[in-house]
Design a protein. Sequence first.
Length: 256
Amino acid sequence: MIAIPNQSEDCLYLNIWIPESIYTNPTGKAYPVAFFIHGGGFILGASSSEPFAPNPEDFAITNEVIYVSINYRLGHLGYLAHRGLEKEGTISGNFGIQDQVAALKWVHENIHHFHGDPNGVTLMGHSAGAFSVCLILVIPEAKGLYSRAVIQSGLCDYPFEGLEKGFKQGERVEIELGCSNLIDDLEVIQCMRKQPVRKVLESNFFFFFFLFFSFFFLFSFSFSFSFSFSFSFSFSFLFLFLFPFLFPFLFFFFLS
């Protein structure tokens, strides 16, 4: 979640589209449900701006399904791991996934009000949304809340970092927020909570470009398998050459 104007922590909403046939040709049947999770590297994105999602209205009408898209917390707001949070009794590092499971529970309990079948929910996700689907499939609290899954451009065997690596990233965040001078982890968390949300979001910016840079480097070298090493090598160094010139523009674009 990069610091773009008009962003807010108040993001835990979901959207529901239903086919017209529910009213034009009522049968009383319960319709299957498509539950879509947007991508964005767990850092940015929204249910309203997923380029690889189907058109909700067309999808609901054409397939005669209830289409649900959700939002969830991103970046440090959604995936910060910190020992101070653990000392408070919170399982940190996966708030965004917890949001997704909470939305799935809501759908299971309420979708019948929209003529949906709570036992016919298909999980769908693209990119980070696909990784999320993989995680939901193994979360005990989500068992029984879905019947099948569609995974778009995601790997269920991706080597996610463990909690200890997350704690180290959390320590870097506390430095960025100016709270590293405190000794007690609980005091550090209280200090971090007092920071403006915009400042927390801006601290995601540099992590985003590290991810962006890494993606292009891996993407370009992947061409060596299907094209030529020289093309891949040239593409990588072209990006390395252009990145210093693009960085100031992108910095002011996202943070202005």
